[in-house]
Design a protein around this ligand. Structure first.
Ligand code: TRP
Length: 446
């Protein structure tokens, strides 16, 4: 069994894969719109604090456990358990994480499918195929099903190629392109009238909102979703990190990349919305807030691109390429969780596991597509607001209360021999032991 376990071939490869997982629709869509509807920089500031003091320690817990055990989440949590009770908890948390991440992927794939459809749309328009263009941008069950299947096929394709030749290779190609496209789009949007109003909406804090508990809840949910925590994604990616690697350093680079790209995405989305406003597109909903839901991506921004003439075609292409890339490097990290388990603990071939599990998740996606109204919000809400933070709490409990302190330190020392003298070891154990679980509980029961 110890034979063909994958490993990332370099620090760069791991960073691209893990930041690829972290950077997704949550950053480019969720973060900017959350910021806009929660008092601008008041949210930005709260988010930055929570991401560093809560999400980063929880991320480290997953990376350390994963690299220590070099296995999927269930086996990993079992391996640091100390008795029958914690063994049982390990199985429950591991299995719950696997189920949760599969459901997250099932709704994520639907939205990602829209991104592919909107990416093809400008091409259809260049070619004068207006019927196709109308079909691609109309919200129909048949379009949604087709693009879910296309997106899931891409995900399965990459995952079946393995850790180095699939995940690492594609993340290393796609993530630099993502950053490049994002920067170009920001530069372009900044030249347009209205952009500065958007920048103001983004960066000027509404201080009265700091006291709002809803802001805190949203910021924490956003931070945990964005760093892909709780469900074993980062644990599994951690299990593919080389033993020589300095974990606190690579972990903080992943958090910095994730947070940095979210902040950058805010510099694109909010100015773009106010540019749309300046060219006559409605950007506020009935309640007077900024349109933040699907309407933003599938109607406000496309309306803006349409108003730009020929150049709008290229801007639309670039924007939806950006969204598709962000989705894909995240979805592969979700599928890897159950696939790693099936390969390691059920002795399945990687190819077969990817196709089979990807197939089951696609079926769930289709079920949601055809029963969109109750199911989509239900699945998205339950997995990301209920299940994910709670599971993350349990992983912190495993790292700080169940696993021995010496075991944790020994693992960190693999890549940094003087770790016990460093700042990380002075602060982190206390954080995962007390602050993270407590903060998660407080926000959870709000
Ligand atoms: N972090 C990704 C985003 O921001 C989504 C994601 C990838 C995720 N893997 C995950 C979310 C695991 C929760 C759990 O879009």
């Amino acid at each position: 069994m110890a034979s063909a376990r994958g490993e990332f071939s370099s620090r760069f490869g791991f960073l691209m894969a893990a930041s690829g997982s972290a950077v997704g629709l949550g950053n480019i869509w969720g973060f900017p719109t959350n910021t806009a509807s929660n008092g601008g920089a008041a949210f930005l500031f709260t988010y930055l604090v929570l991401a560093f003091v809560l999400a980063y320690p929880a991320l480290m817990a997953e990376l350390i456990i994963g690299r220590h055990a070099r296995s999927n989440a269930i086996t990993a949590l079992k391996s640091i358990s100390t008795g029958p009770k914690s063994q049982l908890l390990a199985v429950i948390v591991g299995v719950a994480g696997m189920i949760t991440v599969s459901f997250i992927l099932s709704f994520y794939a639907i939205v990602s499918g829209w991104m592919i459809a909107f990416f093809i749309d400008p091409l259809a328009r260049i070619l004068g195929m207006s019927d196709l263009s109308l079909w691609l941008t109309s919200d129909t069950e048949i379009r949604n099903s087709l693009f879910v299947l296309i997106f899931m096929s891409l995900t399965v394709y990459i995952i079946s190629a393995g850790v180095k030749d699939g995940i690492e290779k594609w993340a290393s190609r796609l993530m630099p392109s993502l950053v490049g496209i994002l920067l170009l789009l920001i530069l372009y949007v900044f030249t347009l009238p209205g952009a500065m109003d958007g920048l103001r909406a983004y960066l000027v804090p509404d201080f009265s909102r700091f006291a709002d508990p809803q802001l805190l809840i949203n910021a924490m949910g956003q931070a945990f979703f964005s760093l892909s925590l709780g469900v074993g994604t980062m644990l599994v990616y951690g299990s593919y990190i080389n033993k020589e690697e300095n974990l606190p350093v690579v972990g903080s680079l992943v958090a910095l990349l994730d947070i940095g790209i979210a902040v950058l995405a805010g510099l694109l989305i909010l100015p773009a919305m106010y540019v749309a406003l300046a060219s006559g597109v409605e950007i506020f909903d009935e309640a007077g807030g900024l349109i933040a839901g699907p309407g933003l991506i599938v109607s406000v921004l496309p309306a803006l691109f349409n108003s730009m003439g020929v150049i709008g075609v290229f801007v639309a292409l670039a924007f939806f390429a950006l969204m598709t890339i962000a989705s894909l490097t995240s979805s592969i990290s979700m599928l890897e969780v159950p696939v790693a388990y099936a390969v390691e603990n059920r002795g399945m071939g990687r190819n077969k596991a990817a196709v089979l599990i990807g197939g089951v998740i696609s079926c769930i996606s289709l079920l949601i597509v055809f029963n969109f109204d109750p199911l989509f919000d239900l699945v998205a809400g339950f997995t990301t607001e209920r299940s994910q933070p709670l599971l993350s709490l349990f992983i912190c409990v495993f790292a700080a209360w169940i696993w021995s302190r010496d075991g944790v330190l020994a693992e960190i020392k693999h890549g940094s021999a003087e770790a016990d003298q460093g700042l990380f070891w002075k602060i982190w154990p206390f954080y995962v032991k007390f602050i993270c679980p407590l903060a998660i509980l407080v926000v959870y029961f709000q």
